[in-house]
Design a protein around this ligand. Structure first.
Ligand code: AGP
Length: 639
């Protein structure tokens, strides 16, 4: 949902007087920003632009292009090499105004001395815009963001310093904003955050700003996260942090353990494909240091201990909680639905799962005894975080499961954070982040059970198998990944179909939803996920020989019911693809993907893998833009 990147060299003085030799040796700020934007392209990709301070002409120059980032890079590579020590750039996911060259960021003020890039929405932009137009400001775009440059200019016209103009403007905006402001006369940059993320690296006197850590890790693993209502002001090589009231604040440096090499495709055709294949090691990373064998024996739950380093739930919290409320969006919501099954089975506590976007307008009665769990890969999803804000207002306990250290959700989680440790996920369609969410949700359920000391009345689950199966999980995921070519062959049969149904029961129903979402997102084929038992209440009307129906079938008590549903589809001419953990005795299956068996609570992870591969191959055969599907963005920081 828009990515921003900025850079400035940290020395003062007249850079136009640098020796030719030094100047030649410096990497242009434009290249640094352009390179950074490549890492942020997953956040939006309908247009992009860079504003830079041209040292020789002593003014801001700005190049903006609609379409993918490659259009902007081409524009720069065709132009004369740029000499610049200061630049800001933007990659856009349009909200206000079409994705045209003009509407792309950066936006300038009337004088061309101020350039801004913005991630978020300025909700009161039209009121501010009308006021500024009356004062003579000339707007050239219908965007909400342009008003930022003009308001700052207006305060400067009134005699305020640049920093004060930025600060006073920030107090006037409502909505969500992460903004970088380049000021030509002063040769300074200001960064403002309220909502969407902004991270900085201050190294060797230089400053780098970005929407997330991925473009920064090549410069340093020590980053500074700007918090809400904070301003970073970089001038004459000095970095100053204040809040919106102008009060100075200290810098907290966070160490990031992401490996820069994880942000490159390394031989895979797409990031999504690479991320699917990374799952065995990501899953291992998610649990390996978190399960401890207590006494060397492995006979029951009590032989193991779960270590969730940041979780601060007490026995009292758990005894008092009459329910757990999970809030999330998209794939993370589906992970939440599966985690509901796990938690209810393992802990005997009822779980409610709510879409963040619905919850925030629902008048949901929140109790201080509720335990809320926010699930978000990015940790930035506006709907999820707003739901958690409400939970906070109701004094509930808040935990989060996220992949991004320091992201906004982590700052709201008074009962702790469980990091999925999946590493940067670049493909817009979530894969490894989703399966590690499932695993972390399971670890949390086991941890809650441990604190509660709960023994299910009818030992419906075998504790030993869960731990044993968890250890074997990465190997089993690998076995499924070895079926890649076979799944590709299946994809060849179906990629021309216009519709798909995905059906599952119990803990596999959320995986049917996730499988359908994956197919929709990257192949643009219409796909519906349904509980298999619901099919007869409506969707069965859609079934004919042109409707492939994918069933998730497990060899458990629900199998006979699911097989009856398969027969009902067959009787109506539908083609069946079954993903099953055994060889079911069903005649006339069009395709069977047989996966390894595991404990029921771990099964959603294994069933997800073939669905990811199927969606990937269907999309590849259709030739869609797999890593950056149309109309989507990785982090949805607007409502
Ligand atoms: C997943 O493939 C999607 N791109 C999308 O549904 C995503 O899961 C959703 O936007 C929530 O994102 P989050 O996990 O970062 O909060």
């Amino acid at each position: 949902m828009c990515g921003i990147m900025g850079f400035s060299r940290g020395f003062s003085g007249d850079l136009s007087r640098e020796s030719q030799e030094i100047r030649e040796s410096r990497e242009s700020s434009v290249d640094i920003v352009l390179n950074g934007l490549k890492n942020l392209e997953y956040r939006g990709y309908d247009s992009s632009g860079i504003a830079y301070y041209e040292e020789k002409e002593k003014k801001i120059k700005c190049i903006k292009k609609s379409g993918k980032l490659v259009n902007l890079s081409t524009e720069f590579s065709c132009a004369k090499p740029v000499k610049s020590n200061m630049a800001i750039g933007h990659i856009r996911w349009a909200t206000h105004g079409k994705p045209t060259d003009d509407n792309a960021h950066p936006h300038l003020d009337c004088t061309g001395n101020i350039a801004i890039v913005h991630n978020g929405i300025i909700e009161n932009y039209s009121v501010l815009k009308n006021r500024l137009i009356k004062k003579g400001h000339k707007f050239i775009t219908p965007t909400d963001s342009e008003v930022i440059a003009h308001l700052i200019e207006d305060y400067i016209n009134e005699g305020k310093s640049f920093y004060e103009a930025v600060r006073l403007s920030s107090l006037e905006f409502s909505g969500a904003f992460a903004v970088l402001v380049l000021n030509a006369p002063e040769k300074s940059i200001a960064a403002v955050k309220y909502g969407p993320p902004l991270v900085m690296v201050n190294k060797g006197g230089d400053i780098y700003f970005a929407s997330d850590v991925s473009p920064l890790i090549e410069y340093s693993d020590e980053v500074i996260y700007l918090k809400n209502s904070e301003i970073a002001y970089f001038h004459d090589g000095k970095l100053e942090l204040t809040n919106f009231k102008g009060k100075k604040i200290g810098k907290t440096v966070t160490k990031i353990d992401w490996d820069a090499s994880r942000s490159v495709k390394t031989g895979f055709s797409h990031f999504m494909q690479k991320e699917i294949f990374e799952q065995p090691s990501c899953l291992l990373d998610a649990f390996s240091s978190r399960i401890i064998s207590v006494n060397g024996s492995a006979h029951s739950f009590s032989d193991f201990k779960i270590l969730l380093e940041n979780v601060k739930l007490t026995k009292k919290d758990i005894i008092n909680a009459s329910r757990i409320v999970i809030t999330a969006c998209g794939s993370s919501y589906y992970a939440g639905l599966a985690i509901k099954y796990m938690t209810e089975t393992i802990c005997g506590i009822p779980v409610i799962v709510e879409y963040g976007s619905e919850f925030r307008y629902e008048n949901f009665p929140i109790s201080k005894d509720d335990i809320f769990i926010g699930i978000s890969q990015s940790g930035e999803t506006a709907d999820t975080n707003s739901a958690l804000e409400l939970a906070k207002t109701g004094h509930a306990g808040i935990l989060s499961i996220t992949n991004v250290p320091g992201s906004q959700i982590t700052t709201m989680s008074n009962k702790g954070v469980i990091y999925t440790h999946a590493g940067p996920e670049i493909g817009v369609a979530s894969t490894k982040a989703f399966t590690t969410q499932l695993l972390c949700g399971l670890l949390l359920a086991l941890h809650i059970r441990e604190i509660k000391g709960y023994i299910p009345a009818s030992e419906g689950i075998n504790g030993l198998n869960i731990f044993k199966d968890m250890v074997e999980l990465p190997k089993k995921v690998e076995q499924i990944l070895f079926m890649n070519e076979a799944v590709k062959e299946i994809a060849k049969k179906y990629y021309k179909n216009a519709n798909f149904l995905y059906l599952g029961r119990g803990i596999l129903y959320p995986i049917a939803l996730e499988g359908a979402l994956k197919l929709k997102e990257i192949s643009y084929i219409h796909a519906e996920g349904y509980p298999a038992g619901e099919m007869k209440h409506g969707p069965i009307a859609l079934v004919d020989e042109n409707m492939p129906v994918l069933f998730l079938l497990s060899n458990n008590t629900l199998a006979p019911k699911t097989i009856s549903n398969i027969e009902e589809i067959k009787a109506r001419g539908g083609r069946i693809i079954a993903v099953a953990d055994y060889e079911p005795e069903i005649e006339g299956l069009s395709d069977l993907i047989k996966i390894p068996e595991t404990s029921e609570v771990l099964s959603p992870i294994l069933y997800t893998i073939p669905l990811q591969l199927l969606a990937y191959h269907i999309a590849a055969l259709k030739g869609t833009d797999i890593d950056q599907p149309r109309n989507l963005a990785k982090s949805v920081t607007v409502e």
